[in-house]
Design a binder for this molecule. Structure first.
Ligand code: NAG
Ligand code: NAG
Ligand code: NAG
Ligand code: NAG
Ligand code: NAG
Ligand code: NAG
Ligand code: NAG
Length: 327
């Protein structure tokens, strides 16, 4: 073999294996088979296609107001902070990563629904790990109740895109449909990955994850906008690494910034509130009451930074406004 030919083959193999190849080729949506546990595929094919192909006028010229940015952003955060157990040369999300497994319900599962409405091209899934019985890889394999909720979101978007919808939807209404899909994903995922949750996380990381789920329930009650601008304001507050057994008391975590300490303390509090179902239910009922008043809900949504860091005092301020009728 000539040396030139040899180098050409090497270059070809490099191209085929590099990420550039995946993104470049997918410009024409011509990737047809992926491993849904490959981080790059989940980020740059699953999420990118969902976001790009659900671009409606209400999401703005640049699609920045698309609520799926929030879910995509969280996967980026999980990868960068080591929660998916990927490494520089190994982009595979491990099947013992609780965060990565949960995210399947917020990425691959909605993709299957979006595909049903021809919003995104069909994909075949090839898992590199054995025993993938916990992950539905075809629309028909997924829980029907869950798919019905995602179908409501993507079906509505499809009708709007095809000018076959007489009702006009606000971004807020679509957002609340997205949150319902997220909510049932949390419900299903928490059940499916209970064992992974119990076996794979340190105690502080377990507290963080439980608190996170309670926090998400607060956010969906408030119909918090998960668009790009809002979600990026969360960036500086999220822990920059996985919590370990020493991180019992967030205010004293040495390598955390002030914002990270505040946010993590808040999430811990969420966890402690959620343990006592009586207290948790009262808090949630109260939040539902606050957010059924549109002005109050907008007030919280418009002060997103203070709510994310100090949800309890933000809610208290709103409560005072309700009582004094100034919301
Ligand atoms: C994101 O949502 C917030 C709150 O609803 C809103 O103020 C902001 O303008 C939205 N961002 C974009 C890019 O539309
Ligand atoms: C995902 O995380 C791994 C491990 O930290 C890192 O090497 C890789 O660059 C990350 N990928 C992206 C696209 O950020
Ligand atoms: C994770 O992958 C390994 C390796 O393929 C497999 O043996 C194991 O059963 C999988 N675990 C689950 C819960 O799917
Ligand atoms: C496959 O996964 C299921 C569900 O987590 C588990 O009950 C079963 O033990 C696993 N089987 C193997 C061979 O790992
Ligand atoms: C619009 O909806 C109607 C009623 O559901 C249906 O009969 C029609 O085929 C749809 N048109 C398009 C272009 O999807
Ligand atoms: C929950 O909190 C209430 C009020 O403080 C208390 O009476 C109750 O015993 C607690 N329940 C549990 C299961 O800890
Ligand atoms: C809390 O609310 C949930 C859901 O509404 C309900 O199933 C549960 O019984 C309630 N628990 C308590 C202790 O009130």
């Amino acid at each position: 073999m000539k040396l030139n030919t040899f180098f050409l083959i090497i270059i070809f193999i490099k191209l085929v294996n590099s990420n550039e190849y995946i993104y470049g080729a997918d410009n024409k949506n011509d990737i047809k088979v992926i491993d849904p546990f490959n981080y790059d595929s989940r980020e740059n094919i699953i999420f990118k296609r969902i976001i790009d192909n659900t671009h409606l006028d209400v999401f703005g010229d640049d699609n920045m107001n698309n609520p799926f940015h929030g879910l995509q952003f969280l996967l980026i955060w999980q990868n960068q902070t080591g929660r998916l157990y990927t490494s520089k040369n190994d982009p595979i999300i491990k099947n013992y990563s609780w965060w990565g497994c949960m995210n399947y319900y917020f990425s691959v599962v909605p993709y299957l629904s979006a595909n049903k409405f021809n919003l995104v091209p069909h994909l075949d899934f090839k898992f590199t790990f054995k025993n993938n019985s916990l992950f539905c890889s075809k629309y028909e394999e997924c829980d029907k109740r869950m798919m019905k909720i995602w179908d409501d979101y993507f079906g509505t978007i499809s009708k709007i895109k095809n000018n076959n919808e007489t009702k006009s939807y606000s971004a807020e209404e679509l957002l609340s449909k997205m949150w319902r899909g997220h909510q049932i994903g949390v419900e299903m995922g928490s059940k499916a990955f209970k064992q992974i949750h119990e076996n794979s996380l340190s105690k502080p990381e377990m507290i963080l994850s439980n608190g996170w789920l309670a926090f998400v329930e607060f956010l969906l009650t408030l119909n918090l906008n998960t668009n790009k601008t809002n979600i990026f304001s969360l960036q500086k507050s999220l822990p920059h690494r996985v919590l370990n057994d020493n991180d019992i008391y967030p205010p004293s975590i040495k390598d955390f910034t002030y914002d990270q300490k505040t946010f993590t303390s808040m999430i811990y509090t969420m966890h402690y509130i959620s343990i006592n179902k009586t207290i948790y239910n009262i808090t949630l009922k109260f939040l539902q009451m606050v957010s059924s008043n549109e002005n109050c809900r907008l007030l919280i949504n418009n002060n997103i930074n203070s709510f994310l860091n100090f949800p309890f005092s933000s809610i208290l301020i709103v409560l005072i406004k309700i009582i004094t009728n100034t919301c």
